[in-house]
Design a protein around this ligand. Structure first.
Ligand code: GDP
Ligand code: MG
Length: 215
C-alpha cells in the first residue's frame, strides 16, 4: 500500500478542436479500436475502464461538438468554466491539412494555461496536442515540426496520428495523458503534504546549490 491509495482513480479528459478535425473519430477509435468514417454531432461523455501500467482507472472522455471559439473569446463563459473545472487533462486536436485548426489549438493552449494558471504549488494542466489525419500527407499544410515546437514551448505532449489508419498512435495519446494526470496528482498530493514550508525549504536548497555550482 502506498500513500496514493486514497487518491481518486478516475480521470476526466476533454477533447477540443475546430469542427471536422477528427475529435469524434479519435475518441471512438480509442474506445472501440474502430474507425467508422462518419460521426454525428452528439455531445457525449464516454466512460471507459482502462488499464495503464498495470493499474485500472476509469476514464471519462468529453467529446464536444461545440465551437472552441467560445473558449478563447470568452463567450459562453459558463460552458467553458464547466469544461475547465471538470477536466483533469485535455486532448487538443487539429488536422495536419487545416492550418486554421492548428492556430486554434495554439490559442486553446494559451486560454487553458491562463485559466488554470501555473502557480506555486498548483500543478499545470496536462495537455496533449494532436495533429490528426496523418494519412493525408499529400494534403499536409502543417509541418510536424510546428506541432512539436508549439508543444515544446508550452510544455505539452505532442503526437501526430491517423485515427483512420492507426489504433496504436491514438492509444498512445490517451495513455500518455493518463500518465501525466497521475503524475501531476501525485506531485500536488506531495506538495500539499509537504506544505508551503517544505516548498520554500526545497527552493532555498536549490538556490544554495546553484550558488555553489557557480563558484
Ligand atoms: P470532429 O468534428 O472533430 O468530431 O471530426 P469527425 O471525427 O467527425 O471527423 C470529421 C471527418 O474527418 C470525418 O469524415 C472523418 O471520417 C474524417 N477523419 C477523421 N479522422 C481522420 C483521419 O485520421 N484521416 C482521414 N483521412 N480522415 C479522417
Ligand atoms: Mg465530433
Amino acid at each position: 500500500m502506498t500513500g496514493l491509495s486514497g487518491l481518486k482513480m478516475d480521470a476526466n479528459i476533454v477533447v477540443l478542436g475546430t469542427d471536422n478535425v477528427g475529435k469524434s473519430a479519435l475518441t471512438v477509435r480509442f474506445l472501440t479500436r474502430r474507425f467508422i468514417g462518419e460521426y454525428g454531432d452528439i455531445e457525449t461523455i464516454y466512460s471507459h475502464s482502462v488499464s495503464v501500467d498495470g493499474r485500472e482507472l476509469s476514464l471519462n472522455i468529453w467529446d464536444s461538438p461545440y465551437s472552441p471559439q467560445d473558449i478563447t473569446s470568452g463567450g459562453s463563459a459558463a460552458m467553458c468554466e464547466k469544461r475547465l473545472q471538470w477536466a483533469d487533462g485535455f486532448v487538443l486536436v487539429y488536422s495536419i491539412c487545416d492550418r486554421a485548426s492548428f492556430n486554434m489549438v495554439a490559442r486553446l493552449v494559451q486560454s487553458i494555461k491562463a485559466a488554470k494558471g501555473d502557480f506555486l504549488g498548483q500543478e499545470k494542466m496536462p495537455i496533449a496536442i494532436v495533429g490528426n489525419k496523418r494519412d493525408l500527407h499529400h494534403r499536409r499544410t502543417v509541418m510536424a515540426e510546428e506541432g512539436r515546437l508549439l508543444a515544446l514551448a508550452s510544455d505539452c505532449q505532442f503526437y501526430e496520428v491517423s485515427a483512420a489508419e492507426n489504433y496504436h498512435g491514438v492509444l498512445m495519446v490517451f495513455h500518455g495523458l493518463v500518465g501525466h494526470v497521475r503524475e501531476s496528482r501525485r506531485r500536488s498530493a506531495a506538495v500539499k503534504k509537504a506544505g508551503i514550508k517544505g516548498i520554500v525549504k526545497s527552493m532555498s536548497a536549490v538556490f544554495a546549490r546553484r550558488r555553489t555550482d557557480s563558484l
